[in-house]
Design a binder for this molecule. Structure first.
Ligand SMILES: Cc1cc2nc3c(=O)[nH]c(=O)nc-3n(C[C@H](O)[C@H](O)[C@H](O)COP(=O)(O)OP(=O)(O)OC[C@H]3O[C@@H](n4cnc5c(N)ncnc54)[C@H](O)[C@@H]3O)c2cc1C
Length: 496
């Protein structure tokens, strides 16, 4: 038996309360956090379902046993494809973000970067990290990744900020560890993750070396305070609420108030030259993950638009068929970019197989920014009912119930009860706090569009394209297209 959701809950609810919501300190059993925990539960249930063995699970060479795939580091293209498939699968069940990939992407970044720092600097971070990784995988830990600093004045580097806490930094080095302080923000699942991987958010200069710090600590470590913003549906947690309404998410501002991190958990300490590398490793791994969840979000919006079209009895209208096809292209485009990123990924010196940055970035960028358009299609097909519908209770009690039951049926093939379920779901999906969350996440989650532009401009070979144009224009007599030879998957050594 792999780790179950009950075992996860048991350890979670024992953690030291360090979460604040609306000015109150709350425990991890607070009902406002529960909708996010319910999403994590899906990842445990899938791993324990024999139907998904080999997809939701993987053989880990680190602990030499089958584990939850969300704790496994990909070793080859097929592993990466299965990671993407699992995210797609879980996200469809969760009604959106499956929320386990941030932790996995953070651990991936640390696995790759600790090895590279050691190779360049002769440090011993990687061996230290592998020891930690053994514990992490053996116990199938549910983790998150805290990368985004509060950043203060966007035009100033970390060391130039008026308030130095705007970026997390080392304030003291001791014989047994380091002390860190500063603010991270928008950290999804931090309130119900057991461990948090902490990595820098941007390229650093020598002046910023105190900000070059990476580690993993339990989320309830002394000095860590989380101001958490839960997002969930209209307080609906009754047995009648639809599966979608039972799910939710929480993001946290994390205050690190002189937090002690023991050396065995420190995986970067002052190596400012690797700030950009580790920031991009997390971001690019996460953008590949997005190629798994975004297709699920498009699928859900597609299915709901079709349902709304049927309920409006316009499913056969030509403009509806045309609009629906846009979901198919968004979903398939993101998914195929993820497969390409996996297939043309690269074996890193750590043994981790890393997705191709270009394919991961375009998948994330093109389909992430499409999200407002996709919500617009749902709105166009459904009409304005999602914003103006009476409360559920009005359909259940009071003197207007019979009229409302007649009012809600548009297509007589649907009963009043099913029509109400459809239109309430359209409201939940298209006009609720969580739909707003998904729109913003589509633009900024995994890095805002400019970050993807920067990433693409670093990796995409524009000169090579110019060479093709020069040859075709007759400026150069020969075409050097040897770079095309690189377009083959690279395989290498194993993680252990
Ligand atoms: C729903 C959601 C979930 C998230 N989950 C996580 C998570 O789990 N872990 C995590 O680490 N992060 C998470 N994030 C944070 C996410 O990575 C950031 O939102 C993203 O990187 C953008 O950063 P920002 O929000 O600070 O926006 P900013 O970086 O402030 O961007 C705002 C604008 O300012 C511009 N800008 C910024 N800096 C400069 C500059 N130097 N020069 C010129 N222009 C500039 C940008 O181009 C952009 O147009 C999440 C975000 C969202 C919305």
């Amino acid at each position: 038996m792999l780790r179950t959701k009950e075992q996860y809950h048991e350890s979670l609810f024992k953690m030291r309360p360090n979460i604040y919501i609306g000015g109150n300190k709350v425990g991890r059993d607070d009902p406002m956090i529960a909708p996010g925990i319910k999403v994590y539960d899906i990842s445990f249930d899938l791993a324990n379902d024999p139907a998904w063995k080999g997809i939701a699970t993987a053989h880990s060479p680190i602990v030499n046993k089958e584990v939850n795939r969300f704790c496994h580091l990909p070793e080859n293209p097929y592993d990466l494809m299965l990671k993407q498939k699992l995210i797609h699968l879980g996200s469809r069940r969760a009604g959106g973000c499956i929320q386990r990939c941030m932790g996995q992407d953070g651990i991936t970044a640390l696995a790759v970067c600790t090895k590279e720092i050691d190779e360049a600097k002769g440090t011993d971070y990687h061996a230290r990290f592998l020891k930690f990784l053994h514990y992490y995988i053996e116990n199938e830990i549910a983790g998150c990744c805290a990368q985004t600093d509060s950043k203060g004045d966007r035009l100033k580097r970390p060391s130039q900020q008026e308030n130095p806490d705007h970026y997390l930094r080392i304030v003291e080095k001791r014989s047994d560890g380091i002390i860190v302080r500063g603010y991270k923000m928008s950290i999804t699942t931090a309130a119900y993750a057991e461990e948090m991987a902490v990595v820098p958010t941007r390229a650093l200069t020598e002046e910023d070396q105190d900000y070059a710090v990476a580690f993993v600590i339990p989320s309830d470590t002394e000095g860590v305070k989380m101001v958490t913003r839960p997002v969930w549906m209209r307080g609906k947690d009754s047995k009648d609420s639809n599966p979608y309404c039972q799910m939710g998410v929480s993001d946290s501002v994390i205050i690190f108030d002189n937090v002690f991190v023991p050396w065995e958990r420190v995986f970067m300490c002052g190596e400012w030259e690797f700030g950009r590398r580790i920031a991009l490793l997390f971001a690019n791994s996460h953008r590949h993950s997005y190629c798994g969840c975004k297709p699920a979000i498009s699928d859900i919006l597609c299915g709901t638009s079709l349902l709304a079209a049927e309920a409006n009895n316009i499913a056969k209208a030509s403009h509806v068929r045309e609009k629906i096809s846009e979901f198919a292209s968004a979903s398939a485009l993101a998914y195929s970019a993820g497969i390409a990123a996996a297939l043309f990924g690269q074996k890193t010196s750590s043994g981790v197989f890393f997705p191709n940055e270009i394919y991961a970035n375009v998948g994330r960028r093109l389909t992430g920014e499409l999200i407002y358009h996709e919500y617009n299609i749902l709105t166009e097909i459904a009409g304005g009912i999602s914003a103006t519908m009476p409360f559920h209770e009005d359909f259940e009690k009071g003197e207007n119930v019979e009229d409302l039951k007649k009012f809600i049926v548009r297509n007589p093939n649907f009963s009043a009860e099913d029509s109400l379920k459809i239109w309430k779901f359209v409201e939940d999906l298209g006009c609720s706090p969580i739909s707003a969350w998904y729109k913003i996440a589509g633009v900024h989650g995994g890095g805002s569009p400019i970050m993807e532009t920067i990433s693409l401009n670093l990796d995409y070979d524009y000169e090579e394209k110019k060479r093709v144009a020069r040859y075709l224009a007759g400026l150069d007599p020969e075409l050097d297209d040897s770079s095309m030879l690189d377009l083959a998957p690279t395989l290498g050594t194993s993680l252990v």
